[in-house]
Design a protein around this ligand. Structure first.
Ligand SMILES: NC(=O)c1ccc[n+]([C@@H]2O[C@H](COP(=O)([O-])OP(=O)(O)OC[C@H]3O[C@@H](n4cnc5c(N)ncnc54)[C@H](O)[C@@H]3O)[C@@H](O)[C@H]2O)c1
Length: 319
């Protein structure tokens, strides 16, 4: 049998205590959109021992459910004991209270997952906050450092201890992290943008080191998703969804389940040759809406429409 890491093994030990048919996390604001992202789940992650940091809320919550639905053995790590424990119980997984800014706690988390399941196959470094906001002249050094500790140091700690555990298993695996469209373009507060760019750099750098161990290292860059991290800034979830939909050239809102699906794709057999990559899941926000590209298209289109002379983008070259 080919398992979710892409290697051949016997059947995984033990059960998961769930049916593999779990409900989505939250009611559908737009049932059509939510139904679309729900389809396509199967037991594609069977037996994959997976840690998800920040799994008590938002994207981590949806990812924990998607992985459990796919047959993974999920270990949720978060500071929110009650929510983390409740989700873990619901999906037949485990919860380990962890502050991801504390390297010793991240090591203990990885050790606990190995103790529970005999190995680690997949680490998802996802915990996060918006962090320091405001102009560069006003951000305190303490707020800057705290933001980078939560968003970037934590990813280093996760990669470090997960890679050692996955190597020890000797069968390869996968390390995934949550960056952001703010890790690709200047779309977020300074410290957040810096940390998320750092996650992209670390992903590429560590991927090249670990490829020889068949440990794949990738990141997902979500666009704007309505979660606890974002909605307050927009005055509520629906206001944020309206804002995001208006900015998507596709007229779509990215849902937590879209991000969960991207993680599942990268962690599972379909992603077995993908490493060092950043998968952007943003309903076209960055590549289709970069202001310069939009401006250029608009200008060139207008110029062509206003001129009565035949237009060629090749100039004299084709005469
Ligand atoms: N929501 C978006 O639009 C969006 C877009 C791009 C990237 N992201 C990224 O997605 C990730 C998940 O965010 P979300 O939107 O689901 O937000 P969220 O607030 O719903 O979830 C974040 C989780 O991280 C946990 N966390 C925070 N600090 C922690 C710490 N020190 N130790 C352990 N856990 C900690 C929180 O308790 C929370 O459960 C973050 O890395 C965020 O930067 C979110």
């Amino acid at each position: 049998m080919r398992d979710a890491v892409g290697n051949s093994h016997g059947p995984p030990e033990g059960g998961h205590g769930h049916s593999g048919r779990l409900a989505l996390r939250s009611p559908a604001a737009d049932p059509g959109e939510r139904r679309l992202v729900k389809e396509g789940c199967s037991m594609d992650l069977e037996g994959l021992v997976t840690i998800i940091t920040g799994g008590a809320s938002g994207l981590g919550d949806a990812t924990a459910r998607r992985f459990a639905q796919g047959g993974a053995r999920v270990v949720i790590a978060d500071l929110h004991d009650e929510a983390g424990q409740a989700i873990a119980t619901e999906i037949g997984g485990a919860f380990v209270r962890t502050d991801v800014t504390d390297e010793a706690q991240v090591k203990q988390l990885v050790d606990r997952a190995v103790e529970l399941h005999g190995r680690l196959d997949c680490m998802i470094n996802n915990a996060g906050v918006l962090g320091a906001t405001g102009g560069v002249g006003a951000i305190s050094g303490a707020d800057w450092s705290r933001t980078l500790a939560i968003l970037l140091d934590s990813v280093f700690f996760g990669m470090k201890h997960a890679s050692n555990a996955i190597k020890a298993g000797g069968r390869g695996g996968s390390i995934l992290s949550t960056t952001s469209v703010g890790g690709i373009a200047a779309l977020a507060p300074h410290a957040y943008t810096t940390a998320k760019h750092g996650v992209v750099g670390l992903t590429r750098s560590v991927a090249s080191e670990l490829a020889g161990h068949r440990i794949r290292v990738n990141a997902v860059a979500p666009g704007q998703v309505a979660t606890a991290l974002t909605v307050a800034a927009y005055g509520g979830a629906e206001a944020m969804r309206d804002f995001a939909r208006a900015r998507s050239p596709m007229g779509l809102v990215v849902e937590p389940e879209d991000i969960a699906g991207a993680f599942a794709y990268l962690a599972g057999p379909a992603g077995r040759t993908i490493t060092g990559q950043v998968l952007t899941v943003d309903a076209g926000l960055v590549d289709c809406r970069l202001p310069e590209a939009y401006y250029l298209n608009d200008r060139l289109g207008s110029a062509a429409a206003e001129s009565s002379a035949p237009q060629s983008a090749f100039g004299d070259e084709r005469d």
